[in-house]
Design a binder for this molecule. Structure first.
Ligand SMILES: C[S@@+](CC[C@H](N)C(=O)[O-])C[C@H]1O[C@@H](n2cnc3c(N)ncnc32)[C@H](O)[C@@H]1O
Length: 281
């Protein structure tokens, strides 16, 4: 069932990523496979939403290795989704993505939305097929920003549909590096990502060490998702991805679902991820 992640460089715009991105792509590829096949006969339509889609492929920095990005991973599963919705802020990258999808998956029903997913959220929602008792629609939404710039409001709006979220919480470096700015300064970034301001009070009374701020934020994010009806699971079911060079924590990859079935797939992904890590060691 394992997908081949490599893809040929076609000369179109191709962002560079750190080598750790390969871990992310492996985990996403497996989850996409398990989800799309496992849910195929249970729902009338399965929709894949990529809020931060990128260009469809990425090159590992300092190498010639080009890998499928999240849109192509989702397009090339054994049982493709019934519809794909891609949002990307960069016109150049979205253009490249469109060309790649037209070439590699011409049969896919794909919608492209140019701009910030937070500003274009209503257009994204309008692309989701209308659910009804005769047309049960399940969405899988990937949230993969560069930093902790997620707007919780955007996820809240999407959660009015049946949506499972795979979220990359890019708080490893950011949280520690910008700690003073986030906690003592006037930055609203974390307020917007968590959808509340009272996390500051909980942090003050938590007694948790500054070095554990990222764990605190991940727990707070899960708590915000719980307020939308998502099942609360312990933090260790988030996958902590570290940099390959210095082994520094970079981000958590986390699943949020209102149904236990999705966690069965996620557990498989975590098991596989751990085996992979052992192989690397
Ligand atoms: C980490 S990359 C994600 C790439 C893609 N998911 C992949 O796996 O190849 C983040 C992407 O989001 C885009 N972006 C940044 N802010 C955005 C926003 N508010 N809405 C939509 N796209 C955004 C960037 O241009 C960049 O291509």
């Amino acid at each position: 069932m394992q997908q081949n992640l490599c893809v040929e460089d076609d000369g179109l715009p191709c962002p560079e990523v750190g080598s750790h991105a390969e871990t992310k792509y492996r985990l996403l590829a497996l989850y996409d496979e398990l989800f799309s096949t496992g849910m195929k006969n249970k729902w009338d339509q399965r929709v894949y939403i990529d809020l931060y889609a990128g260009a469809g492929i990425a090159r590992i920095k300092g190498t010639k290795k080009t890998l499928k990005g999240s849109p192509l991973l989702a397009l090339t599963v054994a049982d493709p989704f019934d519809k794909y919705i891609f949002c990307e802020d960069s016109a150049e990258l979205l253009h490249a993505l469109k060309a790649r999808v037209a070439r590699l998956s011409p049969q896919a029903a794909a919608a492209y939305i140019h701009g910030s997913c937070d500003l274009r959220i209503e257009e994204i929602c309008a692309e989701i097929p209308k659910p009804s008792p005769q047309n049960k629609v399940l969405n899988l939404c990937l949230v993969d920003p560069f930093d902790f710039g997620i707007k919780f409001e955007t996820l809240q709006r999407l959660s009015t549909f049946y949506v499972d979220f795979v979220v990359l919480l890019a708080i490893g470096m950011d949280a520690n590096r910008n700690y003073d700015h986030y906690v003592d300064g006037n930055s609203s970034k974390i307020d917007e990502a968590l959808g509340n301001t009272d996390w500051r009070e909980r942090w003050q009374v938590s007694g948790v060490k500054k070095s554990d701020f990222r764990r605190f934020l991940a727990t707070e994010f899960a708590r915000s998702m719980e307020s939308l009806g998502y099942i609360q699971r312990p933090l260790d079911i988030m996958k902590l991805v570290r940099s390959t060079e210095k082994n520094l924590p970079l981000y958590y990859l986390a699943l949020f679902s209102r149904h236990t079935t999705a966690f069965k797939f996620w557990d498989e992904v975590l098991k596989y991820g751990d085996n992979q890590m052992r192989l690397f060691i």
